[in-house]
Design a protein around this ligand. Structure first.
Ligand code: NAP
Length: 256
């Protein structure tokens, strides 16, 4: 049964410190519902935490809701779905305003590969968002995904990059409002230790970023219109002020 549930933050048990969970001072709380694909993932968990902190209701798409509920509690409405199966997605969108994809393939070869999950799975999410009239699709890719068009050596080294690249092209051409977030190497260090450097294509070629900081940026994109129809790459930068990126977001140009 899909409902529009709202949960108290106190029941949210992702086992993470709450120092960064407080919403930005003075920021309005959201009343929207967001479907998060990849909500159980190492980065998706942070996306969820920030969304809940800013008042969103979160529906978490997972292949195993019982496991998700036992590990992460019931602050999220856990729903069963597999992005490889478009028919499993339709009902999950009911009542949702936006969808965030933090999907990651779990196999290099086999059935749950980058092509199946990060390209075809994201295509299924985007198509369903279009059919359901959602306000926005927010999708994680990678710092280097844009270069897969022109850098065969990169594709040879990171075979999944071409599929992230194709997902980016598909989303930009979909006519669904979107935000594409391409982070550098994901790290498990704490959030807000450093600033976040936001740039457009080709301006950053190497760098790393805290998974929690990526979660913060993706959740912000769900409520900040300045993020709409933009593709940006992000890495941590110790020389930037910790929260300065919130202003930088509006300076990133809309995609051509
Ligand atoms: N590693 C890096 O340095 C790096 C850098 C830049 C970008 N990235 C990208 O960032 C993304 C997130 O990475 P991560 O490490 O946070 O991912 P992760 O921990 O491996 O999580 C993967 C998530 O995808 C979900 N998933 C996988 N197959 C699915 C399917 N068929 N249907 C529905 N859900 C499915 C899983 O959900 P369930 O198991 O609950 O179903 C899980 O929540 C990935 O695309 C990754 O390539 C990684």
């Amino acid at each position: 049964m899909i409902s529009r549930r709202r949960f108290s933050q106190t029941t949210f048990s992702f086992g993470l410190a709450t120092i960064w969970a407080a919403p930005q001072c003075g920021a309005a709380q959201s009343h929207e519902q967001v479907l998060v694909a990849g909500a159980t993932g190492r980065t998706g968990r942070f996306v969820v935490q920030y969304l809940l902190a800013s008042g969103h209701a979160v529906r978490g798409l997972t292949r195993n809701p019982d496991r998700a509920r036992s590990r992460y509690g019931d602050a999220v409405e856990w729903v069963h779905g597999d992005v490889r199966d478009p028919q499993s997605l339709e009902a999950l969108y009911l009542g949702c305003d936006r969808v965030i994809s933090v999907l990651g393939a779990t196999e290099r070869t086999g059935e749950n590969t980058p092509e199946a999950v990060e390209y075809r799975g994201n295509v299924n999410l985007i198509d369903q968002a279009k059919n359901s009239g959602l306000k926005q699709v927010i999708m994680i890719t990678s710092l280097s995904a844009g270069r897969a068009d022109s850098d065969p050596a990169l594709v040879a080294r990171f075979t999944g990059m071409q599929w992230k690249n194709k997902a980016e092209h598909y989303l930009r051409a979909s006519n669904v409002p979107y935000t594409i977030v391409g982070p550098g190497g994901l790290r498990d260090y704490e959030p807000r230790l450093q600033g976040i450097w936001f740039q457009t294509e080709g301006q950053i070629t190497v760098g790393t970023i805290s998974r929690a900081d990526v979660g913060s940026v993706m959740a912000e994109a769900a409520r900040n219109p300045a993020a709409l129809n933009k593709t940006f790459r992000i890495i941590n930068d110790p020389d930037l002020p910790v929260d300065g990126w919130r202003d930088t977001l509006s300076q990133i140009p809309v995609d051509a």
